[in-house]
Design a protein around this ligand. Sequence first.
Ligand code: NDP
Length: 340
Amino acid sequence: MAQGVTRRGLRWGIVGATTIAKEWMIGAIRETGGEIVSVMSSDAERGKAYAKANGIPHSTRSLATLLAKDIDAVYIATTNEKHKAQTLAAAKAGIHVLCEKPLALKLSDAHRMVAACREAGVVMGTNHHLRNAAAFRAMREAVASGKIGRPLFARVFHAVYLPPHLQGWRIRDAKAGSGVVMDITVHDADTLRFVLGEEPVAATAFTQQGGMGGAGIEDGVMGVVRFESGLLAQFHDAFTTAYANTGFEVHGSEGSLIGTNCMTQKPVGEVVLRNASGEHKLPLEPENLYVRSVANFQNAVRGKGTPSATGEDGIRSMALALAVLKSAQTGREVAVEPGL
Ligand code: NDP
């Protein structure tokens, strides 16, 4: 856990009666000493049942009611098209915002969200969990300290099987921001930027409809991203592959970092440094990714450091994902232009 979380935890409102909150974030908030004051759901009955099942004392259909509670922060995890309005409302109420990825569907909306939080003087974080993983922190440090010499290539293996309980809006509802690119490629984008410590400049990609996604909704993608230094990163994301491995590799002039089983929500995975002297397993101290995300956000609210991923990081991951989609649609290389 990040330092400085021993004082009273934050008081939180949860926006969205969601799976991610139930499976990870409610526990993570409580583990940092945080208190969950209320949950908002568009459906009163579902909200009540969700609150009861998760030990939350209050539920409401109204965002205004939730924001009027005595809370410090909101965790926004509704479907992607709702993040913008909810973030703007929270910022207006002077409440700190930890928002799920992708921040929005359009880059201009994400910019408005970040600007609104900045102008209101509230902290904004993007819940990119992977950069909190011990595996990626170790890889970032190995790259930065020159352990693989000049990084030349990266490869991201993030093709998974979307579990049946999540086969809803992600594969059916384009208005909610469905599709594997906005769901998974955004995470690759953030993790690549984090590990490599540089920015993507262009992308080319092909998408696939492999039988799970509804009409016009991609459920698989492969592509290549060029970074500022000339490094090329290859990525493969899918909802449809039940038997693939996940992994993340960086290959440099003096060595390779091979991360296996690391593109996951769980604090698992291992990283091997392979170089002229053989194979060396990097020592990792796994910790719950979401607890670290909440702890760093909490510290940022207290004026110490920044969230693990800031609002600007959320803009940058979206910009790459949108370039990937545009490349797949046009058959061309597309510049990554976050507008920051
Ligand atoms: P869910 O599908 O669980 O929930 C999304 C919305 O669907 C909820 O806000 C809820 O509406 C509605 N909903 C939930 N359950 C039901 C139901 N049984 N019947 C009808 N409607 C229902 O979303 P996820 O938790 O999978 O994802 C939410 C957000 O979190 C997305 O932005 C996603 O990209 C992000 N995410 C991030 C992850 C990460 O690791 N950073 C991992 C997973 C998701 P209402 O709130 O109005 O009740």
